[in-house]
Design a protein. Sequence first.
Length: 116
Amino acid sequence: QVQLVESGGGLVQPGGSLKLSCAVSGSIFSIYAMGWYRQAPGKPRELVAAISSGGSTNYASSVKGRFTISRDNAKNTVYLQMNSLKPEDTAVYYCNAGGTVVYFSWGQGTQVTVSS
């Protein structure tokens, strides 16, 4: 049973930074592409950043240049460094394996709120 545990969210002012972490247990983490997703109130969940098993990255246009996804296969963890945060980045952030189609059940997510 694969478990996804996200952490690192919080309240931050516009222009601030946060680093999210996602610990993955119960699977061979290194073989999977991983993604960070977010869901704002009243909106569908969207993929914001992805990293392949080999380390190649892709970003949604809304976060490109501000967010950086990375992974540590030794720790079975994927990270999302978020800089220059905007109020429109406010959402619950999730990680999962895959891309537009995900492999595992969703975790509880971590809330990011950008507000002054």
